[in-house]
Design a protein around this ligand. Structure first.
Ligand code: FPP
Ligand code: MG
Ligand code: MG
Length: 327
């Protein structure tokens, strides 16, 4: 259930680019200790959507040199960083499933998952050096932002924070930042103008935020076989996502049970199911979908800043995918 591009020439070019990215990912994790290659390939080969490298490749269509090796390197760098964070994220979220397979922490243990994340991060760093100091600085800043968002999520909002504003900030940092850099890199390494690179960065930040909100809706609304993850993970972690925050805004006795359930991390399967049932029956999911649609509209405005090219329609398809995805 990936992104389907309508333009056949562009579909072929991106399929070819993604194949080059795939080869690079596989080459990069070869080493003299087979076990770490195996644990790295565990998620690489679990069949992710490759949303970030795809976006880098499409963004590169805006510049005059979309087929440069640097574009492929940049696309591999963002995917490696993303994969590294997933290994760590599944430890922090105590997640047992990822991309329809056992998570690494569940198949092996937390130490193996953490070290595999570090290994992938090391290889992303090695590769990004080939792109030069600007790329290194950008990815370092992106990574710091992503970790800051994760830290902010872990700590939760303070008493005087607006919980929705806190959530949107976390999502912009932990997910928007890397997707923004994916677009920025695509523009930069295909030789796009600074204004176009900046529009691609902003577009990425916006669809990245929408992408994560969709992900948080999926955690509540979709069955496991669609999402490849265990539904209700956020409830178990006690993380309040946007559909929950909207549901919690509703007052009245019929909502008292939901307030009680969401007041602490849930450990009991029956309580998770009960909370999922209440959330699915309420208005929070529909309201969060409206927020995603608002971001989609903002993202399309950024596309109007770009020169007319085949990539615009494809980037618009990415927006559709972000809004409509169920897994
Ligand atoms: C997914 O969120 C998590 C992120 C986008 C970022 C996680 C960041 C880190 C783990 C920082 C540290 C990383 C390294 C390599 C040092 P989610 O849990 O809401 O999404 P999910 O549904 O895909 O699990
Ligand atoms: Mg997680
Ligand atoms: Mg998480």
């Amino acid at each position: 259930a990936g992104v389907q591009l309508a333009d056949p020439a562009l579909a072929e070019a991106t399929a070819d680019g993604l194949k080059r990215v795939e080869d690079l990912l596989h080459r990069e994790v070869q080493g003299d200790y087979r076990f770490v290659t195996e644990t790295s390939l565990h998620l690489i080969d679990a069949g992710g959507k490759r949303f970030r490298p795809l976006f880098t490749l499409l963004a590169a269509q805006v510049g005059p040199h979309p087929e440069r090796d640097d574009v492929i390197t940049a696309a591999a760098v963002v995917e490696l960083i993303h994969l590294a964070t997933l290994y760590h994220d599944d430890v922090m979220d105590a997640a047992t499933m990822r991309r329809g397979a056992e998570s690494a922490n569940s198949r092996w243990d937390n130490s193996v998952a953490i070290l595999t994340g570090d290994f992938l991060f090391a290889h992303a760093s090695r590769l990004v050096a080939d792109l030069g100091p600007d790329a290194v600085r950008i990815i370092a800043e992106t990574f710091a932002e992503l970790v800051t968002g994760q830290m902010r999520e872990t700590r939760g909002p303070r008493a005087d924070d607006d919980p929705v504003a806190h959530y949107l900030r976390v999502v912009g940092e932990k997910t928007g930042s890397l997707i923004a850099t994916s677009g920025r890199y695509g523009g930069m390494y295909s030789g796009a103008s600074p204004e176009h690179v900046e529009a691609l960065r902003r577009f990425g930040e916006i669809i990245g935020t929408a992408f994560q909100i969709s992900d948080d809706i999926i955690d509540i609304a979709s069955p496991a076989d669609d999402s490849g993850k265990t539904p209700g993970t956020d409830l178990r972690e006690g993380v309040h996502t946007l559909p929950m925050l909207y549901a919690l805004r509703e007052e009245g006795p019929e909502h008292a049970r939901l307030h009680a359930l969401l007041s602490r991390p849930l450990t009991d399967d029956a309580e998770v199911d009960e909370a999922l049932g209440l959330l699915r029956a309420g208005n929070g999911i529909a309201e969060a979908r409206r927020t995603v649609a608002g971001y989609a509209e903002e993202a399309r405005k950024e596309l109007a800043q770009l020169p007319p090219c085949a990539a615009i329609d494809a980037l618009s398809t990415l927006v559709d995918y972000t809004v409509e995805r169920t897994g």
